[in-house]
Structures are given as C-alpha cells and as structure tokens.
Design a protein around this ligand. Structure first.
Ligand code: HEC
Length: 118
C-alpha cells in the first residue's frame, strides 16, 4: 500500500513537472499569446474566435512579417481609426486597439505565428 501510494506520488510529481514545462513553453508561443493578449476576442483562426475583426486563418499569405508587427503595435498606421475598411470582401469598422506597450518579444512571437498561417 505504502509502495503504491509512493509510486502514485512520484507519478504525480513527474506529471506536474511535465505539464509545468509544457505550459511555460506554450505560454510564450504566438498561438497562446493570440489568446491571452485578447486578439481572439475579435479575430477567428480556423473557426475559433470573434467576428469583430477579419478572420486571420490565412493572413500569412497576404501580409509580411513587418506589416503584421506594425498592425499589432499601431494599427492606425494602416487603417484610420474609426473608418470603414474592406478586407477580403467584408466591411469592418477600424477599431483595433494599439499595443504600443506590448513587449517586443510578444509582438514578434504573435507576428511570427500569424505569418506562418498560409
Ligand atoms: C476590439 C477588437 C480587436 C482586437 C482586440 C484586436 N483586433 Fe486586430 N483588427 C480588428 C479590426 C476591426 C481590424 C480591421 C482594421 C483595424 O481596425 O485596424 C483588425 C485588423 C487586424 C489585422 C489585419 C487583417 C487583414 O486582413 O489585413 C491583423 C493582422 C490583426 N488585426 C491582428 C490582431 C492581433 C495580433 C491582435 C492582438 C494583439 C488583435 N488584432 C487585436 C479588431 C481587433
């Protein structure tokens, strides 16, 4: 019995360790930042996310990495705030918030993730 509990305990410790490692790797990935930084509230990727902004499932085939970084930091550089913009045949009100205070490492990770979506 004690042996069994001991094994279980060790198994639980190992499992906790593995999940902690994979969670921290995942947390810094562009895909998870897309969720944790709130992009997903307005943008869908592969059927998951909001409709306020354009669907980004294939954005990497339309925009360059540097364009994507600028869009995250300062969308006003591309679309006049409050104006109507047509993207992929759909009309949107340009209300994307800027992310001027987002650390460059996060901007880069999200932009690289988006650029990979072909
Ligand atoms: C409150 C809603 C909202 C949030 C939050 C938001 N966006 Fe947007 N996004 C928009 C809208 C609306 C547009 C259309 C143009 C604009 O507003 O600048 C847009 C445009 C874009 C585009 C250009 C799409 C195209 O077809 O060229 C990209 C890329 C983008 N957003 C990425 C992001 C990322 C990455 C985040 C998170 C860091 C984010 N957005 C957060 C609403 C949002």
């Amino acid at each position: 019995m004690i042996l069994k509990i001991g094994k279980l305990f060790i198994a639980a410790l190992i499992f906790t360790g593995i999940s902690a490692i994979s969670v921290s790797a995942f947390a810094s990935s562009g895909a998870s930042l897309f969720g944790s930084e709130g992009c997903i509230a307005c943008h869908a990727i592969n059927g998951n996310g909001g409709q306020v902004g354009p669907n980004l499932s294939h954005i990497g085939s339309q925009r360059s990495l540097s364009w994507l970084k600028t869009q995250i930091i300062n969308p006003g550089a591309h679309f006049a705030s409050g104006s109507n913009v047509t993207l992929n045949g759909k009309s949107y009100m340009a209300i994307m918030p800027n992310h001027k205070n987002m650390p460059a490492s996060k901007v880069d990770a999200i932009a690289e993730y988006l650029e990979s979506l072909k």
